[in-house]
Design a protein around this ligand. Structure first.
Ligand SMILES: N[C@@H](CCC(=O)N[C@@H](CS)C(=O)NCC(=O)O)C(=O)O
Length: 214
């Protein structure tokens, strides 16, 4: 079968972000849905105009699907979710709630967790984002204490995005949140996640080998 989907990532990244580069969200979704896809690369170190034409911030991921090019991991994930009811229930309510939770993961959790993470990485001991992050994590803990999955009592793109945001080790290790931890163990045990993560690690390991060979 000819692949019409290409998930774009960097040709190489330093070791730190490997396993967390956001093309993993799209690899994972495609694996869940059984969609055929290729992985394309753009240069990490020398970002080209052709990269900015497809991702205006010079980031990854972006996705090409035939003549459609789309960026933002959330938008790309929802684009893929329209192709498979594995990723999004087909009821009007199920679709609406999937959209809601994908956006909540990005705009209510990641919007706080990423700046918090950067501040704590920079050694800011008075990290002013900590209370805000803890409040968001506490609220999501309350939600996950009552349900196994975010939408329709089954896995969806909402869980994929929420788990990917919450699995960042410094975020996951913050406080004692048993329902969140059980949720992460449940979602991250999915074979599609394991494969997507292994494929991303292999992709960057192959890049190391190429660089070492000159
Ligand atoms: N909001 C964007 C964030 C993308 C993002 O942060 N990408 C990272 C890799 S995971 C990146 O490209 N970092 C390099 C940079 O920002 O220069 C999305 O969800 O797609």
């Amino acid at each position: 079968m000819t692949e019409t989907l290409t998930i774009w990532s960097f040709d190489w990244v330093p070791p730190g972000p490997r396993g967390f580069v956001r093309d993993l969200r799209l690899r994972w979704a495609a694996e869940e849905a059984g969609l055929d896809y290729a992985v394309g690369t753009v240069a990490f170190e020398d970002r080209q105009a052709s990269h900015f034409e497809r991702q205006p911030f010079g980031q990854v991921p972006f996705l090409t699907d035939g003549d459609i090019t789309i960026f933002e991991s959330g938008a790309c994930l929802l684009h893929l979710a329209r192709k498979s009811d594995v990723l999004m229930p087909r009821s009007a309510r199920g679709e609406a709630e999937t959209l809601q939770w994908v956006i909540a993961a990005l705009n209510s959790i990641e919007m706080v967790s990423v700046p918090w993470w950067f501040l704590q990485l920079s050694g800011d001991r008075e990290n002013g984002m900590a209370g805000w992050l803890d409040s968001r994590l506490t609220h999501i803990e309350g939600i996950l204490a009552d349900r196994a999955w975010l939408v329709d009592d089954r896995f969806s793109a909402a869980d994929l995005m929420m788990a990917d945001v919450l699995r960042v080790p410094d975020v996951r290790g913050r406080g004692d949140r048993p329902a969140t931890e059980a949720y992460l163990q449940r979602v991250l045990a999915r074979p599609a996640f394991t494969k997507a993560r292994a494929d991303q690690l292999a992709h960057f390991a192959a890049a190391d080998t190429r660089r070492a060979a000159g």
